[in-house]
Design a protein. Structure first.
Ligand SMILES: Nc1nc2c(c(=O)[nH]1)N[C@H]1C(S)=C(S)[C@@H](COP(=O)(O)OP(=O)(O)OC[C@H]3O[C@@H](n4cnc5c(=O)[nH]c(N)nc54)[C@H](O)[C@@H]3O)O[C@H]1N2
Ligand SMILES: Nc1nc2c(c(=O)[nH]1)N[C@H]1C(S)=C(S)[C@@H](COP(=O)(O)OP(=O)(O)OC[C@H]3O[C@@H](n4cnc5c(=O)[nH]c(N)nc54)[C@H](O)[C@@H]3O)O[C@H]1N2
Ligand code: SF4
Ligand code: SF4
Ligand code: SF4
Ligand code: SF4
Ligand code: SF4
Ligand SMILES: [Mo]
Lengths: 303, 878, 201
């Protein structure tokens, strides 16, 4: 009987620098997927609201619902999920859960009324529901980064930039989604979306560079270990291939080289960007390394 | 924890049963929690001084031995006549009747032919409960009994030395009062050794009190981790260090306890030019020189109070010297510079250690304990497996122990204590009682011993009658010749008139615990029949013909898990405790207690009178509790008699089953007995000269030869076989050590223990010095192969550490199982013993201790998928 | 009353007794150690030191695990004990990534120590304590405390290196030891105010 998770746990207990595996490995990948979907959903809803793209709202809603489902699948005891509302005062997960619930209820009602074309009193309800969904959107875009930042145990995550990065990612995801939707629906796909994409991407890149710089200069050995894992260790492949190539290089190449804003190119750009975001999330989540309980002054190998 | 409360099944039974652990030979007192028939917890028994309510990790994990689904459930018979490593015996379940019929029929025939054809092998783990097996052997009429790997590994040197100078199986610092302890290859108080767990608390108390501890060890192991100073030493060179320290004390610093040496040792005995005692022509008594009358007097004359320790005197027409003077002179060759060369420890450190030790001993000081003024010598030097496990084991032990005697720190307050060599018994019954006494030369003979042989006075060497030749080497108690590669050669040479035919095994896994497997396996193949009691099928069982499923320690009765007290009862001040072992669960399957089965076999063989008498003598039963020759008994009845014999008719087995343990206070004259008894111990081992001459003469007849230097009266440093290897490729000394989490080879199959061992950095790895490793291009987790000049190989994974001598390689426990019947143990750790030769060459010619270090070369095995593959690869050394 | 533990590193010899007694007391599944011992080394040959660090849940006064828990399953129980209500836990792992000391374990599936051979009678007895899908950790042996006993790892420590008591009482053994011997906690920078203290070697 080969029980990989068990073998991994034993190996981790032996090691000095123990990677976080709860969110990101095995079933924990569902947590990352969930965060990814919900993040893109939030960003898409936001962008689609601003630009009034009804397909965008629909896609956002579907993504969020999927995200919620994936989150539930991640839980050890999904049947108790409702209990997660109880600690909004301290818990970011709780806040996110409430936000997502608000979003799904509010967004659902709003979309239903809008799509069914109901009028009169229904419109008033739709406005209220939309406000609710808006609050939910802000919560889901905002909470995710804090789930990680809250953990002092993992210094790489424990950076004030993390929430900002996650917010920027949500928006980038929203833009990317609109690019794809635009391409698919034949509408839209204008320069200002691309300009925004460029701006947000620059911001994300800057934040991320600052985060790496912060980790390296923090003097914290676990944070350095995280950077090592990310840039030159077990996560280098997903970081360079996924985050850097898919998320940055491919879109930038498309942007600079493509003669026209052809819908196909826009769609590819959007998909690449959003996949890059996924790998970015996956790699940074996985790069979390716990502060060792005992920091050896000198390691006998690896030096 | 709400779920617990909700679903709790109805509790119909909830009891705590006092008993004793036997996962190692420590026998700690336990309390077993049984709920609805299931053992749910094993804890220490706070009522007993043997552990005082605390257990080591192994003891707690006993539940997983009890319930291991891989235990043997029924008697098994092999169906495949071919025996060999990796050859499946084809086990087939049989009934007890069938098994016992076959065993008795065969034993009967063997006994009629020549009872010496029977060999009885037991495991050390069960040493205190090996009762029946030894009396069975005696009753049967065979001299061939051994404690498998046990004796030749733990003990032929350590126990002999402990016996000669401390009347005990082993020694330990007086943790309660000692201020400076120096350990030579021992883990006492740090997870191994005798009374392993009780000693932990004592050692911790001592540390907290400020006792300074220096640990001389090639590896910064369990004891060194907690020491004030770790002194890395080249493997097998302990005597060179100890003798240099003795030299510094006696010759440079002039620190020695003249009074102690005069009153308690043979330092004053006059030695003739031929090295032997000058004796009174009439009485034959050894002589001393009375400085008052300026005449020689007998050693037991009151004038011994004024005896000379130095000088030259004419006695019986010869110039004689007190042995102390000879020792002093001989020690001069052991300069700190010499020690530096041999041990790798700087001369300055040697000198400092000697001074610190000497000063810590506070020679001349006294202390009042329980109203009695006693010598106070709070310094102690101890040894065990590490120092003793070599061809030069006898001298290593004597040399280390000499430090205690030089400063008078033996069995006095704060010094080195033997484990409980004096007992005046329970206040109500005066039992058990034993006290060392003086022999005709005034030297101490032990009051009690574990086995029939005694360390002093040693028996007359005689032509061997047993397979192991212990008769010729009477300081040994077991012998590697029982399983050596050259056994047939020597048997022929010494005209052993029989060959072994039947092997009866009680637990030991000798294929793994003695030395290289090929030699052991060859010796096992020569038996017609092997019957083995065990809990599990192991590497040894592949060579058995019948397996008998034993009951575990949690399922059997034993009236004396900690007796004799010289073995595993905590030493030093405190309480005596006599606990029992009792079944805590009902036996299941076809398992039966080996000891009851052995009694049945004996009775079936019509050996009733002999076995009953054997048990009487082993337990010392007399009076109404004596077993009658013509009756049959079971272990419950025998236990009941033993307990009543020691503690009165009202305290039989039932009383003990209820109470678990009886305790009474130790008396000061039991703990610090040295001052109270009129016995001397040898610092000059005069008896060795004659013993050596006789042994040599006898062994020469069969063509056995050895260096007479081993039999000098004063300890010397002699190299191990490993030191004689000069090939520069073979540059590392490999040794093994006890892992605190494992007990020999037995616990590897315990999944709780295995799990901890897998997380431990060292348990399953080969420890290599970090710098050495870097030089050889090694990294953590690399697979390497170790190979001896004889081409013996083992493989394992590297753990680089700063905590090991640059020339040393440390391997934990007795690991590397390959039997498929122990899936948890299989393939874990490194089978160190496969590096060891088993033959007379590698054996101490004094006490038959096997040399347990090996000079090896390291080969890196890149690309090897696993350890087994690494053994096969063809590679160049790094 | 604020319950806490002192681990005297001068006395501890790294025997794993705590790790094992905790396992036996709680019947934790494979790979789960509410108490464990970390064995490392410091320095270079020959002046190196072997270091032993027994760890367990610190029952932090400002417990980030409690903060991170969305359901309230992780909570402060009586006398400052941090415990998990297994009926409340949803298994979101938030507490695990929040604990700076790696003292929490998620029970993802039923495991037996003898694998395919099935659970031993002991494991059958104990497994109900550890429902699948939730997180578990040391609770200072609350059931033992209720019986007036010390936690299992404390009662058993062969070196008597673990002392248990009331940190709120300045005269308790634990408080006095911490004061006299300069007791310290792990990762003070995490701001968790642990209630498990260490005494220096
Ligand atoms: N490499 C290496 N070799 C060593 C040692 C080492 O530490 N490392 N130690 C050496 C020393 S000092 C010793 S004493 C020997 C020990 O060597 P052995 O005496 O051979 O001890 P183990 O290998 O532990 O095997 C003990 C056997 O006893 C069985 N057993 C346990 N309990 C019971 C029981 O109640 N009844 C029965 N019938 N069987 C039982 C176990 O299943 C196991 O098969 O090994 C020596 N060899
Ligand atoms: N936990 C545990 N306890 C046990 C046992 C067990 O298997 N496990 N077995 C029991 C048995 S059978 C025995 S015999 C005893 C043995 O008890 P010990 O003799 O205390 O045990 P070891 O750890 O084998 O040896 C002690 C030390 O000797 C060191 N050493 C090795 N070679 C040399 C050398 O040449 N010189 C010096 N100075 N040191 C050296 C080792 O590194 C080790 O640290 O323990 C008993 N108690
Ligand atoms: S020291 Fe030996 S006898 Fe004592 S609890 Fe540990 S394994 Fe059992
Ligand atoms: S049981 Fe005690 S001595 Fe053993 S490792 Fe744990 S704290 Fe240290
Ligand atoms: S040690 Fe970890 S699990 Fe325990 S209270 Fe503190 S944060 Fe929570
Ligand atoms: S896993 Fe359970 S205890 Fe941990 S935070 Fe989630 S609900 Fe709370
Ligand atoms: S207090 Fe109890 S649950 Fe916590 S580590 Fe100790 S034994 Fe385990
Ligand atoms: Mo032994």
């Amino acid at each position: 009987m080969k029980d990989n998770r068990y073998e991994q746990l034993i190996a981790d207990l032996r090691s000095d620098y123990r990677p976080q595996r709860e969110w990101g490995e095995g079933r924990g990948i569902l947590m990352v997927i969930g965060h990814f979907l919900v993040g893109v959903a939030g960003g898409t809803w936001l962008m689609a609201s601003i630009y009034g793209v009804i397909y965008g709202l629909m896609v956002a809603y579907v993504l969020a619902a999927l995200g919620a489902l994936v989150h539930l699948m991640f839980l050890g005891r999904p049947e108790r999920a409702i209990k997660m509302m109880r600690h909004v005062r301290t818990s970011w997960i709780s806040r996110g859960f409430v936000g997502l619930t608000l979003f799904l209820i509010g967004g659902g009602i709003y979309l239903a009324i809008t799509l069914l074309g109901l009028t009169g009193i229904w419109r008033a309800l739709a406005v209220a529901a939309n406000v609710m969904a808006g609050i939910g959107t802000i919560a889901i875009i905002g909470y995710m980064g804090f789930c990680y930042t809250a953990s002092k145990a993992i210094p790489f995550w424990h950076s004030p930039l993390h929430p900002a990065i996650y917010i920027a990612f949500a928006i980038r995801g929203g833009i990317a989604a609109l690019l794809v939707i635009g391409a698919a629906s034949g509408q839209l796909a204008s320069d200002w979306l691309l300009q925004m994409w460029t701006g947000v991407t620059a911001l994300v890149t800057l934040f991320f560079a600052l985060e790496i710089q912060g980790a390296l200069s923090s003097g914290n050995i676990a944070a350095k270990w995280s950077v090592r894992d990310l840039l030159a260790g077990r996560l280098a492949f997903s970081f360079y291939g996924g985050t850097l190539l898919l998320g940055l290089i491919v879109p930038v190449l498309l942007l600079t080289n493509s003669a026209s804003n052809s819908p196909v190119v826009m769609a590819i750009l959007g998909v690449a960007s959003v996949s890059g975001d996924f790998f970015m999330k996956l790699s940074t989540v996985k790069a979390g390394v716990y502060v060792p309980l005992f920091s050896p002054a000198r390691r006998s190998h690896a030096s | 924890m709400n779920t617990v409360l909700k679903n709790k099944p109805k509790v119909v039974e909830d009891v705590w049963i006092p008993s004793a652990c036997t996962i190692c030979y420590g026998g700690c007192s336990i309390k077993v929690h049984r709920v609805n028939g299931t053992v749910v917890k094993i804890e220490g028994n706070p009522d007993s001084p043997v552990g005082s309510g605390r257990l080591c990790a192994k003891g707690i994990a006993g539940i997983m031995i009890l319930y291991d689904p891989h235990r043997v459930n029924t008697p098994l018979r092999r169906t495949n006549p071919e025996k060999g490593i990796g050859i499946d015996p084809g086990w087939k379940p049989i009934s007890w009747d069938e098994a016992l019929d076959e065993i008795t029929t065969r034993l009967k025939k063997v006994r009629e032919e020549d009872p010496r054809q029977l060999m009885v092998q037991v495991t050390t783990t069960l040493a205190p409960s090996s009762l029946i097996f030894f009396p069975f052997g005696w009753a049967f009429g065979t001299p061939n009994m051994w404690v498998a790997g046990g004796g030749v590994h733990c003990g032929n040197g350590a126990h002999a030395a402990g016996g000669v100078t401390h009347a005990s199986w082993s020694i330990v610092p007086d943790f309660k009062h000692c201020n400076y302890a120096i350990y030579f290859g021992a883990a006492k108080g740090h997870g191994a050794g005798h009374a392993a767990t009780p000693n932990i608390a004592l050692a911790a108390d001592a540390r907290e009190r400020g006792m300074k501890m220096v640990v001389v060890d090639p590896m910064c192991n369990f004891a060194a981790a907690k020491a004030n100073e770790w002194v890395p030493i080249r493997v097998g060179t302990d005597a060179a260090l100890a003798l240099a320290m003795a030299n510094c004390l006696v010759n440079d610093l002039g620190i020695y306890d003249a009074e102690y040496l005069r009153d308690r040792t043979n330092a004053i005995y006059l030695i003739r030019p031929d090295g032997k005692y000058a004796r009174d022509p009439e009485s034959g008594k050894p002589l001393i020189w009375d400085t008052q009358s300026n005449t020689a007097k007998a050693h037991d004359d009151p004038a011994a109070k004024n005896a000379a320790l130095e000088g030259k005197y004419e006695v019986n027409g010869e110039i004689c010297q007190p042995s102390f003077a000879l020792m002093k002179n001989q020690l001069k060759t052991y300069t700190p510079a010499h020690a530096e060369e041999i041990t790798g420890i700087s001369a300055a450190t040697v000198k400092r250690l000697a001074r610190e030790f000497g000063e810590a001993a506070r020679i001349g000081s006294t202390i009042v304990i329980d109203g009695v003024t006693l010598p106070y010598r709070p310094a102690s030097a101890i040894f065990f497996r590490g120092a003793q496990g070599h061809k030069n084991s006898m001298y290593n032990c004597f040399a280390v122990d000499l430090l205690n005697h030089i400063v008078g720190a033996a069995d006095v307050v704060g010094g080195t204590l033997g484990f409980n060599p004096v007992s005046y018994g329970h206040p109500e019954t005066g039992r058990p009682r034993y006290v060392p006494r003086a022999d005709k030369d005034g030297l101490m003979a032990t009051g009690i011993w574990l086995l029939p042989h005694v360390p002093y006075p040693a028996a007359e060497p005689r032509k061997p009658d047993s397979m192991g030749f212990c008769e010729m080497f009477p300081l040994s108690h077991v012998s590697p010749l029982m399983a050596s590669s050259d056994q047939e050669h020597w048997w022929k040479q010494f005209e052993l008139p029989y060959r072994p035919k039947f092997l009866l095994n009680y637990g030991a896994n000798s294929v793994m615990s003695v030395g290289n497997k090929e030699a052991v396996v060859e010796s096992l193949k020569s038996y017609d029949f092997i019957a083995s009691f065990d809990l599990f099928l192991n590497e040894f069982s592949d060579f058995a013909d019948i397996i008998l499923p034993d009951l575990s320690y949690l399922e059997v009765v034993d009236p004396r898990p900690n007796y004799p007290f010289i073995f595993n009862h905590p030493a030093g001040p405190g309480e005596w405790g006599w606990p029992i072992r009792q079944p805590v669960v009902e036996p299941i399957h076809e398992r039966r207690s080996a000891r009851d089965v052995m009694l049945q076999i004996a009775y079936r063989l019509e050996m009733g009178p002999e076995i009953n008498m054997g048990i009487n003598s082993y337990y010392g039963l007399d009076g109404p509790q004596m077993l009658k020759p013509d009756m049959t008994y079971n272990m419950d009845e025998i236990s009941d008699r033993e307990l009543k014999h020691k503690f009165g008719p009202e305290r039989g087995l039932d009383w003990f089953k209820e109470h678990g343990v009886i305790t009474w206070p130790k008396r000061v004259e039991e703990v610090y007995w040295r001052t109270f008894l009129d016995v001397r111990i040898p610092i000059y081992h005069e008896y060795l000269i004659e013993l050596g001459e006789k042994t040599m003469a006898l062994s020469k007849k069969g063509g056995m030869s050895f260096d007479p230097a081993y039999y000098g009266p004063l300890p010397e440093w002699l190299p191990c076989k490993s030191h004689e290897v000069k090939d520069p490729d073979f540059d590392m000394f490999a040794f093994y050590y006890r892992d605190a989490i494992q007990a020999n080879g037995f616990t590897m199959q315990n999944p709780w223990i295995d799990e901890v061992a897998r997380i431990d950095p060292f348990s399953y790895r080969i420890a290599v010095n970090a710098e050495t490793g870097r030089r050889k291009g090694l990294q953590d987790e690399d697979i390497i192969r170790l190979e001896t000049v004889k081409g013996r190989r083992v493989a394992g994974r590297v753990k680089l550490t700063e905590g090991i001598h640059p020339e040393a390689i440390g391997i934990a426990a007795c690991a590397g199982h390959w039997t498929k019947h122990q899936p948890i143990a299989k393939g874990k750790g490194v089978f160190f013993n496969d590096l060891l030769e088993i033959d007379f060459e590698n054996t101490s010619p004094v006490n038959l201790n096997l040399d347990l270090c090996a000079k090896v070369k390291i080969t890196k095995c890149p690309g090897a998928k696993n350890e087994t593959a690494a053994l096969e690869m063809d590679l160049a050394p790094v | 009353m604020r319950l806490g533990m002192v681990i005297d590193l001068k006395r501890c010899m790294g025997c794993y007794g705590c790790q094992m007694s905790c396992k036996a007391e709680n019947g934790t599944p494979p790979g789960v150690f509410f108490a464990r011992v970390i064995k490392r080394e410091e320095g270079t040959y020959p002046t190196m030191r072997r270091k032993l660090l027994p760890v367990l849940c610190n029952h932090c006064t400002d417990a980030p695990c409690v903060k991170a828990c969305p359901t309230g399953a992780s909570h402060y129980a009586e006398n400052g004990i941090v415990d998990i209500d297994q009926d409340m836990c949803v298994g979101c792992h938030a507490c695990m990534v929040a604990c700076p000391y790696n003292n929490r374990y998620f029970n993802d599936e039923r495991r037996n120590y003898f694998g395919d051979e099935g659970p031993t009678p002991y494991e059958m007895e104990r497994s109900e304590r550890h429902p699948v899908g939730v997180v578990m950790k040391c609770n200072f042996c609350r059931p033992r405390l209720a019986e007036g006993k010390d936690p299992a790892c404390v009662a058993n420590c062969p070196a008597k290196a673990r002392i248990f008591g009331d940190l709120a009482d300045p005269n308790s053994d634990v408080s006095v030891l911490i004061k006299d011997r300069g007791g310290y906690t792990l990762h003070p920078e995490a701001g968790t105010s642990p209630n498990v203290y260490y005494l220096p070697e």
